[in-house]
Design a protein around this ligand. Sequence first.
Ligand SMILES: *[C@@H]1O[C@H](CO)[C@@H](O)[C@H](O)[C@H]1NC(C)=O
Ligand SMILES: *[C@@H]1O[C@H](CO)[C@@H](O)[C@H](O)[C@H]1NC(C)=O
Ligand SMILES: *[C@@H]1O[C@H](CO)[C@@H](O)[C@H](O)[C@H]1NC(C)=O
Ligand SMILES: *[C@@H]1O[C@H](CO)[C@@H](O)[C@H](O)[C@H]1NC(C)=O
Ligand SMILES: *[C@@H]1O[C@H](CO)[C@@H](O)[C@H](O)[C@H]1NC(C)=O
Ligand SMILES: *[C@@H]1O[C@H](CO)[C@@H](O)[C@H](O)[C@H]1NC(C)=O
Ligand SMILES: *[C@@H]1O[C@H](CO)[C@@H](O)[C@H](O)[C@H]1NC(C)=O
Length: 424
Amino acid sequence: MPSNSQTKLPRKSLLTTSPNPTWAIPIRTTFRAALAILGALLFLIAVYLAQNRAQVSENYRASGDDGGGGGCNLFSGKWVFDNESYPLYKESECVFMSDQLACEKFGRKDLGYRNWRWQPEECELPRFNATALLERLRNKRMVFVGDSLNRGQWVSMVCLVGSVIPAPLQTMQSNGSMMIFKATEYNATVEFYWSPLLVESNSDDPVNHRLPDRIVRVKAIEKHAAHWGDAHILIFNTYLWWRRPRIKALFGSFEDEEQSRLKVVKMRRGYEMALRTWSDWLEVNINPNNTQLFFISMSPIHDRGEEWGKGKGENCYGETEQIRRVGYKGEGTDPKMMKIVENVLNDLKTRGLNVQMINITQLSEYRKEGHPSIYRKQWEALKEDQISNPSSYADCIHWCLPGVPDVWNQLLYAFIFQSNHTLY
Ligand SMILES: *[C@@H]1O[C@H](CO)[C@@H](O)[C@H](O)[C@H]1NC(C)=O
Ligand SMILES: *[C@@H]1O[C@H](CO)[C@@H](O)[C@H](O)[C@H]1NC(C)=O
Ligand SMILES: *[C@@H]1O[C@H](CO)[C@@H](O)[C@H](O)[C@H]1NC(C)=O
Ligand SMILES: *[C@@H]1O[C@H](CO)[C@@H](O)[C@H](O)[C@H]1NC(C)=O
Ligand SMILES: *[C@@H]1O[C@H](CO)[C@@H](O)[C@H](O)[C@H]1NC(C)=O
Ligand SMILES: *[C@@H]1O[C@H](CO)[C@@H](O)[C@H](O)[C@H]1NC(C)=O
Ligand SMILES: *[C@@H]1O[C@H](CO)[C@@H](O)[C@H](O)[C@H]1NC(C)=O
């Protein structure tokens, strides 16, 4: 840490995933049902891909809507080994690297996960030019809003832009749920705001958010939006914290119990209500001439080895290779939730506001070797039975840096520069 960094990253607040995340259990039960439709799903995917391919070449110029990059679909493609251009920065040189993601520092020896370039089918992903992005962000705020996956992407972005700035000209401050990286020479900030369900919930505390009972105020977002509403570039996500069959929706407020009603709703219904609350807020409060909006699709997990032919009880621990099967989808990925996001974004578009989805799901599905596994800081001392069975505490949710989230940011970069927003 350079001497000028005003505050160190709060240690505890980087802890969002204990080795056994609370949402792990409900996911497991829904997996069974998912398994039943998997065959049908794979068939549909194959049909869809075939159609999509035909469409892409046909409407190459016209499909800018969907894929970005001047009409080509940037989200469909393959990983190509490239140790000349990648990694885009060095783990040890990133001033504000997170110990949750610094896999080499915590003992990982196979470092091939850093050397992969995403190759879209029809075009090239633009090079990430950190100087150009900083110029774009001069006197502006870029804010990532969401959960620990979005925070990982934020750390990646901080490392990417930080790689062209001398350490004394980078600062980090934290204030409540907000973490603020600043490139002082540019008066540009790249910030992260913790709100894992986007709307208000009892998990909003940046440190103590792991509560057994999840309560979500699906109709309330103002308190959060006050912190990021005037940003120039906003990047949202929300997914993993919803993964339980039901949630408790609170109508009313946390402060006034008398006036509040609690209703148990099916998760997807709660998810949709929350996203509608979020999109309604944007519709009323965001001027598209001033602000660019993005939504990062769900980040896949690799915590069930059976899904790619390993033994039961195994997971991403020990993985050094990618999944090669084109179109592979893990059972933790819920296409219905992705569909809900798509519908909400489409509706918002008809009302004049465009939120660009950055579709990172499929490209990340292949990267079972990209997770920290056991190579990250452990916040609590490991027990003997854990040490003898490393899979039991492997983190197969987040991603090592440098690594997969750098490519998410490259996609984001492509869209930031593609659109012709004036940004003033
Ligand atoms: C995301 O991209 C993949 C690969 O191109 C595609 O199969 C999937 O339908 C896309 N999802 C959405 C919501 O656009
Ligand atoms: C890249 O990988 C190849 C093959 O593994 C190796 O021969 C070469 O030295 C590597 N280059 C760099 C710059 O690491
Ligand atoms: C990166 O962007 C800066 C500022 O726009 C420009 O001067 C520079 O030539 C670019 N670098 C590359 C490698 O394109
Ligand atoms: C610095 O950036 C902020 C936005 O983050 C802006 O409000 C402020 O006016 C800028 N300062 C200068 C001196 O331009
Ligand atoms: C922290 O945020 C609060 C409001 O959210 C603000 O009033 C206060 O000035 C901030 N503190 C610092 C040190 O930025
Ligand atoms: C955005 O800019 C256009 C063109 O300058 C202008 O006509 C329009 O009123 C602006 N929209 C808003 C919401 O300010
Ligand atoms: C660029 O902005 C203009 C005016 O706002 C709009 O008419 C045009 O369609 C935009 N072009 C693209 C490619 O988005």
